[in-house]
Design a protein around this ligand. Structure first.
Ligand code: ADP
Ligand code: ASP
Ligand code: MG
Length: 448
């Protein structure tokens, strides 16, 4: 069985849902994971933040603004009266449910319940459309099998067991539909896999059923060599290894949720990134091995905090790093990049929720400096195969941009640089020309 995930823009308009239905119409077995209609989760975040602040009137207005366009959506999605009546009934039910939260006590628990609404709505609307269009399918409730633990980590064994049991209930079915992003936490409450989490759902369910392939269908023709929102001349990468793709996703390539690759890698399941708007494009294949071996891509992650930890007495005596890491462990704060010198260690974190207590504890045994508003730029490829001196190319491209930290050699496929966020766009563009300029000339020459 294959798993196919369609993101927010892929289901963002009625005609897109029609295209998705066509894309999944072949008779082979499929599990289809859907995101919320684009913009819906953002609206639900906005509604929740208003209700959390007890700004009930603004919350109610935001609820109206979210649901009004769904009426037109329903009109265009279905061509029959019955279809439209069913679509409207789905919207009515969810509208009433969301509205019932305005004016009642509202905490983060209720917020998580509201955030799940987007995927619940999109999957039901789509399922009704499939019925109208004559496709047979089964809607599997993700809240029955998607589960996270106390550390917000998915429980793969649970997912595997419950999802397999759900699928077994419908032995003759060929098409299963489910919600991305949403899950339950150990208290049994509705929760989620964080923004962009539908990719992660696809990979987790793919691992759970040992799918033959996981396809992530989105609005671009695969992973590009650089962030297309910031850099003009980018191109899709045909192949990436699991490790390369995992680095790019973790270090900010928005096309994939940061943790997407891990479950697929665990069982060696290939991940294909494909474009719903251009289904014939080759996209990107992510697998254990690739054929091409050079610098593959650049990604950047914002909101990074750097912490410089200096010790005049202990220098880098053994035990010193352990003490530092214990503080981060205690506050469940992962470190992304680390560099050391004789007298200091610099680390970066992107989750600064516990920055104050971390700094306080570190100050018990060292001098601490904190820098905010930084970005990690991550250059990914197979650097063992790169003979021409990748470091030289990187540094000459960035000649004019101040670099706060450099990490090279941690693995054979990653160079990480830390820059001030105000320099990020310039750095991404400069690296693009420096590392891929020749490639562009080749591409342009073949097109000419
Ligand atoms: P979906 O709603 O389908 O999950 P996302 O918006 O989450 O789609 O991800 C796709 C977007 O990721 C693209 O439209 C593109 O702007 C952005 N993106 C950022 N970095 C990259 C990259 N390196 N390659 C491709 N897309 C990228
Ligand atoms: N709907 C969720 C979000 O917007 C999950 C996803 O689209 O992947 O973050
Ligand atoms: Mg996404």
């Amino acid at each position: 069985m294959k798993v196919l995930k369609f993101g927010g823009t892929s289901v963002g308009k009625p005609e897109r849902m029609h295209s998705v239905a066509k894309l999944i119409s072949s008779p082979d077995k499929k599990l289809v994971v859907l995101s919320a209609v684009s913009g819906t989760t953002n609206s639900l975040v906005d509604i929740s933040s208003k209700l959390l602040k007890n700004d009930v009137e603004a919350g109610k207005q935001a609820i109206e603004n979210l649901f009004a366009p769904y009426r037109d959506f329903v009109k265009q999605l279905y061509s029959t009266k019955e279809g439209q009546a069913k679509g409207n009934a789905i919207i009515d039910k969810h509208y009433e449910f969301v509205k019932s939260h305005a004016g009642k006590p509202f905490t983060e628990k209720e917020e998580r319940v509201l955030l799940a609404e987007g995927e619940l709505i999109s999957t039901q609307l789509f399922q009704e459309y499939l019925i109208e269009a004559g496709y047979k399918s089964v809607l599997l409730p993700a809240l029955e099998f998607m589960k996270i633990d106390e550390d917000n980590e998915p429980v793969l064994s649970f997912i595997e067991e419950k999802l397999t049991a759900e699928i077994k209930k419908y032995p003759d079915a060929h098409l299963y539909i489910t919600q991305g992003y949403i899950c339950r936490n150990p208290k049994g409450e509705v929760d989620n896999l964080k923004r962009g989490g539908s990719d992660y759902t696809a990979s987790l369910v793919g691992a759970g059923i040992r799918a033959e392939e996981i396809q992530i269908w989105t609005d671009i023709d695969g992973m590009h060599n650089n962030d297309p929102r910031i850099v003009k001349r980018t191109f899709p990468i045909a192949e990436l290894t699991f490790d390369e793709a995992a680095e790019l996703a973790y270090f900010g390539a928005k096309i994939l949720h940061p943790a997407t690759i891990l479950p697929a890698k665990k069982y060696g399941i290939p991940v294909r990134l494909l474009n719903t708007m251009q289904p014939e494009a080759k996209g990107t294949l992510i697998a254990t091995k690739t054929t091409s071996k050079e610098v593959k891509a650049i990604a950047a992650k914002d909101n990074i905090t750097a912490i410089k930890i200096k010790s005049s007495r202990m220098l880098l005596a053994y035990g010193f790093l352990r003490r530092i890491f214990e503080v981060f462990e205690k506050y469940k704060t992962p470190i992304d990049v680390i560099t050391t010198s004789e007298v200091a260690v610099s680390v970066t974190i992107d989750d600064a929720k516990n920055l104050d207590p971390i700094v306080k504890e570190l100050k018990d045994f060292c001098i601490v400096d904190v820098d905010k508003d930084l970005s990690i730029i991550c250059i990914v490829g197979d650097f063992l195969a790169e003979k021409k001196g990748i470091a030289k190319k990187v540094f000459s491209s960035l000649g004019h941009i101040p670099i706060r930290m450099i990490s090279y050699g941690g693995s054979a496929h990653n160079i990480s640089l830390l820059v001030n966020t105000i320099h990020k766009n310039e750095a991404l563009n400069a690296l693009n020309e420096g590392l891929f300029g020749e490639e562009f000339e080749k591409v342009l020459a073949t097109k000419a």
